[in-house]
Design a protein around this ligand. Structure first.
Ligand code: EPZ
Length: 425
């Protein structure tokens, strides 16, 4: 069931200075759960998912699916979706504008239902985020796709396998096309495919449903279309970005934490940077232990598609560099406007200079607490990390951005000893 509507005006009050210590469990990955829940549209039998995180974005997507006539049972972290009787194939503007990952119903609906009308997601705080590659790929598979009055209208009696080379690496583009190709007539090859672990997790789920996929996790994915898929059970992979966020929080506060139920193998680039910054990191089967140094060393980084350093961890590392020893450069190569957190960090006393897609950060001895405003999910996480180490109180406004992507954030931080509380208006 959709989460109770977390207050739009809730704030987060943080008293800085406590080193994080203790153990928390990582939740299921938001960016795996969203495409995987849409995959259930591809079959007429129920599909059951475990380790589904309780997030605003998941609740929004489930509401969209229910609007289409999909039956949803939600018990804790278990979600069963039955798309046997679809009554509608429209993803309306008022829902898509709140959660652009709704675009992920486009491929499954076109493949299974033969038609889809999905509102253009439009841009967001971090960039224009067009979906031209999603459209180009479906057209290559024989779909008629028009974009009119702000909607993508796709139709196809049956999609045909095709060779698709995307112009750039696109995560949800790869996911949409991979899902559509599962029911196409013939083989589809997606080249320049996204290699993110969430793509591989989606492929594992589709394979459990009877799809024939090889190469997921690499930049060439082959899908042999089948006539139908069947029900299955799938456990969502752990959230690597949530993991990285808590590792950064422990690092900046001089703490020592153990994160359980996670997967170090999906975070090599991030862990390498934390070690370069002076942290001791120990990875065991499904947990990661981090011990921070007394003071961090500033680390430079450049975001790029997996397995390189993830753009979704860029804002968190900028907060880390703000209080580290030395200077560093951060280059954002994926999105054109993903430095919104820099302006807010400067309000906490950070020394940051932005020049296009490059940020120069010089570590300062101390940040000072202040009132700041969250603008997007990962920028908000960056402000939380800075607030945990700033002197005095930091009040973060508009934390509904955080509730979209971090399950029980305040509870988990409090469990690690942070002085944090959610303030209702
Ligand atoms: C996914 O977004 C993630 N969201 C994002 O996480 C993540 O930042 C991003 O991948 C990059 O890793 C989900 O998985 C739900 P892209 P997505 O398509 O798929 C351009 C978070 O914080 N592009 O890989 O929308 C695009 O503008 C979110 O959890 C086109 O030009 O990103 C961008 O510059 C934020 N045309 C670049 O490619 C297209 O058709 C990569 O975008 C598609 C993309």
């Amino acid at each position: 069931m959709p989460l109770p509507d977390q207050g739009k005006m809730d704030k987060l009050l943080i008293e800085g200075g406590s080193p994080l210590a203790g153990e928390i469990t990582i939740s299921g990955a938001k960016n795996a759960a969203l495409p995987i829940l849409c995959a259930a549209l591809l079959c007429t039998e129920p599909v059951t998912f475990a380790n589904v995180p309780q997030l605003k974005d998941v609740a929004t997507l489930l509401a969209l699916l229910m609007r289409m006539g999909v039956k949803v049972e939600h018990e804790g972290d278990i979600v069963t979706i039955d798309a046997g009787q679809l009554s509608d194939s429209v993803a309306p503007y008022e829902m898509v504008k709140t959660m652009r990952a709704s675009i992920l119903v486009l491929g499954p609906l076109t493949a299974r239902y033969g038609e889809a009308s999905v509102s253009l997601p439009g841009g967001c705080a971090i960039g224009a985020r067009p979906v031209d590659q999603h459209i180009k790929g479906l057209q290559a598979m024989g779909a008629n796709v028009d974009v009119e009055h702000g909607y993508i209208r796709a139709s196809a009696s049956r999609l045909k396998g095709a060779r698709i080379v995307t112009d750039m690496v696109t995560v949800t583009g790869t996911e949409n096309l991979m899902m559509a190709a599962c029911l196409a007539d013939g083989e589809t090859i997606i080249e320049n495919a996204a290699c993110e672990p969430e793509v591989a997790d989606l492929a594992n789920c589709l394979t459990a449903m009877g799809a024939k996929i090889s190469g997921a996790g690499s930049d060439v994915i082959r899908i042999e279309g089948v006539s139908r898929l069947h029900g299955a059970r799938h456990r969502i992979m752990p959230d690597r970005i949530e993991t990285g966020t808590y590792l950064c929080a422990a690092a900046v506060t001089g703490g020592q934490v153990r994160l359980t139920g996670t997967q170090a193998s999906s975070l090599d680039a991030v862990i390498a940077k934390l070690i370069e910054a002076g942290c001791a990191v120990r990875c065991e089967s499904d947990n990661i232990h981090l011990t921070a140094p007394r003071r961090l060393t500033a680390v430079s980084l450049r975001t790029a598609p997996y397995p390189a350093f993830p753009t979704d961890m860029q804002a968190q590392f900028m907060a880390l560099d703000c209080v580290a020893d030395g200077a560093a450069t951060i280059r954002e190569t994926i999105f054109e406007n993903r430095f919104m957190h820099a302006i807010e960090l400067q309000r906490l006393g950070a020394d940051i200079h932005i020049d296009g897609n490059m940020a120069m950060v010089r570590g300062v001895e101390r940040l000072q607490g202040a009132t700041v405003m969250a603008t997007d999910l990962r920028a908000s996480a960056s402000l939380v990390i800075a607030g945990l180490v700033a002197e005095g109180e930091t009040m973060i406004e508009r934390i509904y951005h955080l509730d979209r992507g971090y399950e029980h954030l305040d509870e988990k931080l409090a469990a690690l000893g942070a002085k944090v509380q959610r303030v209702k208006p």
